[in-house]
Design a protein around this ligand. Structure first.
Ligand code: GN1
Ligand code: MG
Length: 375
């Protein structure tokens, strides 16, 4: 086992953990924060906590970030209790420090927070059973519904313009201009691919500016691996990774789920022939999402669901490409070309979505008719 970046004695000084510490393991799901499971023996029973090091390069205001997370999780906790659910399993809960703070700063200046660890549940990186994808859609749809009345203006914008695709495009062009890592010559085609689709980046931004799309409380990072599924039922029990919960469009959440989950290839797959939009998975997700949240969506939101899948995929590809040009300062990488490989899968998926666009529209339309949702 490699040496952990945390000092367990220092961590234990700050939290009231139950039991004797027995060890830890790392979770390698995300590209941003570092996540560990701390294991304890509490009177012979297994007890675990989720420890996370907040990435303060990405989240520059940990206070505001944690104010959002505490606000949202306490709100969810209350509603889940009212609905007769299990608040220890159906939402993350921030474990406060002994001083009552939502995080602490260690001597080596790292920011640490702690959550309940949800047992008897799993996350997945790719879909093997389509029903699980349907279940993830229900989970994200419910999440949106549960937060429908959350006071959106109390939320801080943890990362400004997070899904503003026009500013994401401008950021990419800035990276192209600066060519900090000297990699521009090797990505001319990728840059051209992005430039050819510049017009797409304005569509949702314009609709929002014209008041044609409502602002909701959205998750903004609805990757399949941000849902936990029950080991026994495979139902999506808990939506996790709440760092980017902010006011946004439902299209961001729908589109990002399709981007990540409706294709069978990993985000960094090198064999691009494996990257394509699986229309059956797309249909499963649409069904789960529209069943759980469809009645509260406007006609314009429904109309743009297929487009959002393309847009969020395009945005993510631009971000990976931009980070590659900037010298890999944002996303964690495992090897030098990692961000470029990720960009390639995203752009390949964009191209495939473009080919299947009419079929995607027909699927949304058919499900709406079946569910009696106006479109
Ligand atoms: C990051 O942390 P993680 O891996 O859930 C990123 C998302 C991207 C995603 C791509 C705060 O999410 O926006 O869509 O990688 N999160 C942040 O996999 O930038
Ligand atoms: Mg995240």
């Amino acid at each position: 086992m490699t040496k952990p970046v945390f000092d367990i004695e220092e961590i234990k000084e700050h939290f009231n953990f139950e039991g004797e510490y027995t060890g830890y393991y790392s979770i390698h799901n995300g590209h941003i924060n570092n996540t560990y499971v701390l294991e304890f023996n509490h009177n012979g029973n297994y007890r675990a906590y989720l420890l996370q090091q907040i990435n303060t390069y990405v989240f520059t205001s940990p206070d505001k970030l944690m104010e959002n997370v505490v606000g949202v999780t306490e709100y969810l906790h209350k509603i889940i209790v009212e609905n007769g659910g299990d608040p220890e399993r159906e939402t993350l809960n921030v474990i406060k420090t002994k001083d009552g703070a939502p995080y602490f700063v260690s001597k080596d200046n790292r920011y640490w927070r702690c959550y309940n660890f949800i047992t008897d549940a799993y996350t997945c990186q790719a879909i093997e059973n389509p029903v699980v994808f349907y279940n993830s859609a229900v989970a994200f749809g419910n999440f949106q519904r549960l937060l429908a009345d959350y006071p959106a203006d109390s939320l801080h914008e943890t990362i400004p313009n997070f899904h503003n695709t026009v500013s994401r495009y401008n950021d990419l062009m800035e990276a192209v201009k600066n060519n900090i890592a000297g990699r521009l010559d090797s990505v001319k085609e990728e840059v051209k691919f992005a430039q050819e689709r510049e017009a797409d980046t304005h569509v949702v931004v314009d609709l929002i500016a014209e008041g044609k799309l409502p602002m909701r409380v959205t998750h903004n990072d609805t990757k399949l691996n941000n849902v936990m599924f029950d080991n026994n039922t495979d139902k999506g029990i808990c939506v996790i990774d709440l760092d980017t919960v902010m006011p946004g469009s439902s299209l961001y959440d729908f589109g990002d789920s399709i981007r990540f989950g409706a294709n069978h290839a990993a985000e960094d797959e090198k064999d691009l022939s494996l990257v394509y939009l699986d229309l059956n998975l797309f249909e499963q997700y649409c069904r789960g999402y529209l069943e759980s949240a469809g009645k509260s969506l406007t006609k314009t939101e429904i109309e743009y669901l297929p487009f959002s899948a393309k847009l969020m995929t395009f945005e993510c590809g631009m971000r990976f490409l931009g980070d590659y040009l900037n010298g890999d300062t944002y996303f964690k990488i495992g090897y030098p070309e990692h961000n470029l490989d990720r960009c390639h899968t995203q752009f390949a998926l964009v191209a495939d979505i473009e080919k299947k666009f009419d079929e995607m529209k027909a699927i949304v339309s058919r499900i709406c008719s079946e569910l009696g949702i106006e479109k």
